[in-house]
Design a protein around this ligand. Structure first.
Ligand code: PGA
Length: 252
């Protein structure tokens, strides 16, 4: 029988968080100590907090990730950070190709693929984001877009251990809007088929596919129960431990 991937709930703090906000991670750790959660748990803070958050999370179930990296190991790239540097700071994973990076920084599928390759080179897990815009959704192009992004954004080094897919409809991010469970099932089922075609049966079946976009405590249980949804990538609702715990409750 095909292996069902262990779910992951990952918080993406985006450009939010100062030292004092590490208190939220401590609250999360306390809650995880008292509750049996069936999912893995990760927070991706801004790069400035990775060292301290990793120290605060040491020996706990909380993993720390990063939000972006440059494709090169080092060099004349002012303001950029390499996957190796993020690993040294304590990150276990790096998000690649978030739609905000694709939109704000013009990142293409080829850029995302190079970053994901760099993340693998450093021995970290790449969380590769894909998802259609509102226009594409309305025009019925979702599956086509997602297929093209998947094909273009996954480097040859991608395997079931080092890569996680996050499907995030751009129009659902930060808007309070979510696709229906049926729509989510359709897209995740499609991604699963594409992964099996690319990686073969056991690996394509076992790669985690997260859903992201306005996941909150009141919709998490429904979204997380959809077929082929193996967890969530959470933005706004990951900033406060109370809200994030409300989402983790879907796995308790
Ligand atoms: P949101 O963001 O949960 O605030 O909609 C999700 C994301 O961008 O990963």
């Amino acid at each position: 029988m095909a292996r069902t991937p262990k779910p992951l709930v990952a918080g993406n703090w985006k450009m939010n968080g100062l030292k004092r906000d590490l208190a939220e991670v401590r609250k999360l750790v306390t809650w995880l100590g008292k509750n049996k959660c069936r999912s893995d748990v990760m927070i991706c803070p801004p790069a400035t907090l990775i060292v301290e958050m990793s120290a605060a999370a040491k020996g706990t179930p909380v993993r720390v990730g990063a939000q972006h990296c440059h494709a090169h190991v080092s060099g004349a790239h002012t303001g950029d950070i390499s996957a190796e540097m993020l690993k040294g700071a304590g990150a276990r994973a790096v998000i690649a190709g978030h739609s905000e990076r694709r939109a704000d920084h013009g990142e293409t599928n080829a850029d995302v693929s190079a970053q994901a390759g760099a993340i693998h080179r450093a021995g970290l897990v790449a969380i590769v984001c894909i998802g259609e815009t509102e226009r594409e959704f309305k025009d019925g192009k979702t599956l086509r877009i997602v297929s093209a992004q998947l094909k273009g954004s996954l480097p040859p080094s991608a395997n079931v251990k080092n890569t996680i897919i996050a499907y995030e409809p751009v129009w659902a991010i930060g808007t309070g809007l979510t696709p229906t469970p049926d729509d989510v099932a359709k897209v995740h089922g499609h991604i699963r088929k594409r992964l099996i075609a690319e990686l073969g049966e056991p690996n394509g079946q076992a790669m985690r596919i997260l859903y992201g976009g306005s996941v909150k405590s009141d919709n998490a249980a429904e979204l997380m129960s959809v077929a082929n949804v193996n967890g969530a990538l959470v933005g706004g609702a990951s900033l406060k431990a109370k809200d994030f715990i409300g989402i983790l409750a879907a796995y308790v």
